[in-house]
Every structure is written in C-alpha cells, then in structure tokens.
Design a protein around this ligand. Structure first.
Ligand code: AMP
Length: 302
C-alpha cells in the first residue's frame, strides 16, 4: 500500500568528529522516503528550489519513490547546517535558511488523494492538516512528527492536527514539553486524550519506546562501534516504521512491534555514514539480516 509523506527536502551542512560535508542532500522527508521505500511505494510531497538538480534527485530514482508531489519553485532549497559535539550527544544548529520552504503550501497530485498511509513530517501543523484535507478516502493510519518550535508557538493548531492522528512519533523532551508531564507513561495517557492511540518515543542511542493504550514495547538502538553522523536517524526510524506498516497493510500489536524493530534497523544504518549515503546503498538483505540480529539481541529465556 502506498505511503504518503510530507516534510522537508533540504541541503545540509554537517560536521561531526568523523568529518564534514559542506552541502549534502538531507531533509526529514528525504531520509523518511529512502527508508520507507525499502518496504512500500512512497509518495513524496515537498518543495525544492531551482538549485535542486536532476543529479540531486538521482538518489530517489530507481526506487519506489513517486516524485510527482515534489514541487520545484524559483529560489533556493531549504538549507540547514549543524555541528555535533565530540561525544555526538549534543548538536548545535549553525544555519537554518528556509528559502523556498518558507512559502510551502503542500499540494497533493490527484493520484495521491487515495493514500491510506500518511506520515506528516515535522512542518507547521496547519500545513500538516491541509494535507489531510486533500485526501478523499479515510486513511488507515496517520502518523505525525513535530518539534519544540511548533509545541511552543502553535499549540492550538498542533492540538487540532493531533486530534486526527493515530500515531505520534516524537522524542522524550518533546513528549514532556507537549504534556507538561515528566513521567513518560503518564505523559502517554495525556497524549491519548489528545487523539493518538499510539505514542512512539524516539530516544536516540537509548532506542525507542512504544506506548499503546493496551501495551508497551521497547527496542534498543543497535549497538555500533562507530556512529559517523546521527543526522536523520529519527526520520529514518519513522520511515522504517511507517514503511513496514504500509507493507503489512494493517495495524495490530504484532505489526506495531515489528514496525518498531524495522524503525530501529533503518535508524541504525543511517548513522553509519554521513547524510543519506548509507541509505542510498542499502540492500533489502542487509535489513533482514540486521532485524534478525535485533531478535537475537533482545531474546532471553525465563
Ligand atoms: P533529525 O536529525 O532527525 O533532527 O533530522 C535532521 C534533518 O531535519 C536534516 O536533514 C535537516 O535538513 C532537517 N531539518 C532541520 N531543521 C528543520 C526544520 N525546522 N524543519 C524541517 N526540517 C528540518
């Protein structure tokens, strides 16, 4: 089943203790689409400027990624730059130039209107909702990501969009900020009252925790000796998670648990190299092999 994603396609400048890239393809929707397309066809809704060439788009070609919803506008593509601390636990944003992203009004090609799996990437909640207004069939699942900026600046708009969402995928700080509750299980209950019935808390090197109104599930981050660039790990997690769900075609405790593992698998590959370099060369067999290692990593007898 097709999976629609709306979000940023960007050029990123990245500095980590392992090296530097001045300008490499990034953006949350890029990571999401590359990860999710390993499982299901992806429909990408985003905007780029006239500096985004066919060479830049090449990474999306030859995969199950439909670019009909990738709008080309006059001006420059969104640019973001960040630097990681020596232990990679802190990231300083050096530059955010919205450029064409500032006037982004997501418009769905007609063929996208029947999308049953939708992921609303981290953009203005009003724009996230405008995407839902353009689909003609009731989606099976709507997932959503957001960040402190929208939680602080547009709380009422975010609440309105959350009412229409089933799965919220955010990090622990955002969970606490959104609910005013430090304990993550209590915070999840508050989130359930806002609309979503599943909360996925992304915890970076500590893995991810899913709280559903009927069960919990936790996955570790895959242990790696070297993390070269953490950028996009959360977006790759979301892509693996939603892509797997779209391929399964239904939501159950089993499919949600496996989605958590595939999310963690895709996130773990992304951080092995800079930007989307690892996702661009990732084979389906590598995903299956690592998912098996996850199963071993977490199995035990009582
Ligand atoms: P993450 O590491 O999961 O926070 O995602 C990093 C990606 O988010 C980078 O590729 C950036 O291009 C993109 N990004 C950074 N700031 C924003 C923003 N304000 N809105 C949308 N995307 C952003």
């Amino acid at each position: 089943m097709s999976l629609l994603v709306v979000g940023s396609v960007a050029f990123d400048g990245i500095e980590t203790p392992y090296g530097k890239r001045e300008r490499t393809l990034g953006g949350a929707a890029s990571y999401f689409a590359l990860a999710a397309s390993q499982f299901a066809p992806v429909r990408l809704v985003a905007i780029v400027g006239d500096d985004f060439t066919e060479k830049d788009a090449a990474v999306f070609r030859g995969r199950k990624i439909d670019l009909a919803g990738l709008e080309h506008a006059p001006g420059k593509t969104f640019f973001w730059a960040g630097r990681y601390s020596q232990n990679m636990n802190e990231r300083t944003t050096l530059v955010t130039e919205l450029n064409v992203f500032a006037n982004f009004k997501p418009t769905l090609p007609k063929a996208y209107a029947d999308s049953e799996f939708i992921f609303l990437g981290n953009i203005d909640p009003t724009l996230q909702r405008s995407v839902l207004g353009q689909v003609t069939r009731k989606p099976k699942v709507i997932g959503l990501d957001t960040m402190n900026y929208w939680i602080e600046r547009t709380p009422a708009e975010l609440r309105e969009t959350l009412r229409q969402t089933q799965i919220l995928m955010i990090n622990d700080d955002e969970t606490r900020q959104l609910t005013g509750e430090h304990n993550l299980l209590k915070a999840a209950k508050r989130i359930f009252a806002m609309g979503p019935k599943t909360l996925v808390i992304k915890r970076g090197e500590h893995g991810a925790l899913m709280v559903h109104n009927k069960f919990f599930f936790s996955v570790p981050a895959y242990p790696l000796e070297e993390v070269h660039d953490p950028t996009g790990a959360g977006d790759s997690f979301a892509g693996g998670f939603m892509g797997y769900l779209a391929s399964a075609g239904r939501i159950s405790e089993d499919t949600l648990r496996r989605a958590m593992v595939y999310g963690s698998v895709l996130g773990s590959f992304t951080v092995e190299k800079f930007g989307v370099e690892r996702l661009a060369n990732l084979k389906r067999g590598e995903i299956t092999a690592r998912a098996r290692l996850f199963s071993k990593l977490t199995s035990f007898k009582l």
